[in-house]
Design a protein around this ligand. Sequence first.
Ligand SMILES: Nc1ncnc2c1ncn2[C@@H]1O[C@H](COP(=O)(O)OP(=O)(O)OP(=O)(O)O)[C@@H](O)[C@H]1O
Ligand SMILES: [Mg+2]
Length: 486
Amino acid sequence: MSIRLRMLLSYTAMLVVTIGLFIICGLLMILAITGDISSIKHLYANHYTHKPITAQEENVFLDLKYLAKKQPDRLLDNSSLKSFDEKLKYVPSALVIRKGTQIIYKTDKLISIKSADELPAFEPSNIQVRDTISYGKYYFSYVKFDFYFADQEKGSIFIIKKVSPYVALSKNLFPILIGVLLILLIITNGILHYLVTRSIVKPLYSLKLASEEIRDGNLNYKVTARTKDEIGQLSMAYEEMRQRLKESIDLQLRYEENRKELISNISHDLKTPITAIKGYVEGIRDGVADTPQKKDKYLSTIYRRASDMDSLIDDLFLFSKLDLKKIPFNFEEIDMVRYIKYFIEELSWDFEEQGIKVQSNVDLDSHEFVIADREKLKRVFVNIIQNSLKHMKKNEKILRFSVANRGKHIEIEISDNGNGIEPAALPHLFDRFYREDNARNTSTGGSGLGLAIAKQIIGEHGGEIWATSEIRKGTNIFFTLQYAKK
Ligand SMILES: Nc1ncnc2c1ncn2[C@@H]1O[C@H](COP(=O)(O)OP(=O)(O)OP(=O)(O)O)[C@@H](O)[C@H]1O
Ligand SMILES: [Mg+2]
């Protein structure tokens, strides 16, 4: 059974049970009050005809009725009527006595009834004694007693009370009202059912559609939560699941793409030196290197190529271990000022040999304590500087170290006055195997892993690395490190 049908049934059951219980309650109450099952049939009519006035008014009425039967002419006496009327002073009823076609007595406050014809007609059998009448826009309920005066003229006693016009109206319209109420109840039930099913069944249906889309491999089918209730929360959770799934599949695809690219790059980078080595070995074997000098040259080329391959494989190992986060980092507090100072000192001989001028803004009396892994950081410096050395072809080669305090982190800058990098190449600089110009770089022996490794290491330190460059002017590499907590 569908939820929609189940809800419809439960609503209808609720309705039927409510109406049923209501009727049973009503019947039981009537039974308890009247003690007579058959009275239920007449109750509606009886109630309206028998109870138009209160007990106090009823008493006055009975007294007057008694008088009318025994001494009707006393009802012509204004003063005795006034004394009866006095008893009605504090209730909303009024007293009217009619003789023939004349009203001979009327309570002062009753102004709306003016002539005797407006009152119910004389009826000697006194059958229709209680009812409601209307005069213009007013409604009155009354009790009446008809009798004969001593001179045989027709007389009537009325106790009249103004009632709300709705009383008479509702009395007449009672069955219709009940019917309308029932119809309203059923319509409300229908509307409620529609609204509730719409807020439950519709979102469930769209969730079903979305699941089918995912099953068929479409991860772009969005589910929007329209409400904040449980169904809305379910839709939100579903949407979150879809996004995560999509992200993880995208990531997996990217990894897959990367892996393919990596394999092709490695194959290419290993293929070139191996082909060269094979060529030289064949050269020696076939006797092309026929002089000891030539043989020596061939062998040293073979050795250089093999060393390049060795260092490429080392770099690859390091890179993939960093990528898989398999290399432990040994973080400690390091004074960056001293660190740079010793680093420059250590390489001063190499710099001098290559005619490189080293500059720095580092104030040797200051201290800048950061959290870093000494060895890995050295690798970052070396990789950046090696690039600078490779790309400085000018006469005056300048390498510059700067340190700047950027609040929570320190910013280290290493700049050269080398060839610079094309703006289009800057965003890819830190990608693995990226070389700005393959042809040119193979001659300089680069594998395109140096800056990718630097980026991995800086990333592990919680820092960032980026570059700015100007063609023919030089390149600046920046990276940040976290300050040690003071
Ligand atoms: N200081 C620089 N000046 C000019 N170009 C640079 C500089 N630093 C990096 N590059 C460019 O960025 C590319 C990537 O550098 P990266 O260090 O990652 O690789 P590589 O130097 O080619 O190889 P490897 O460092 O693995 O030997 C280089 O090939 C080069 O084109
Ligand atoms: Mg490099």
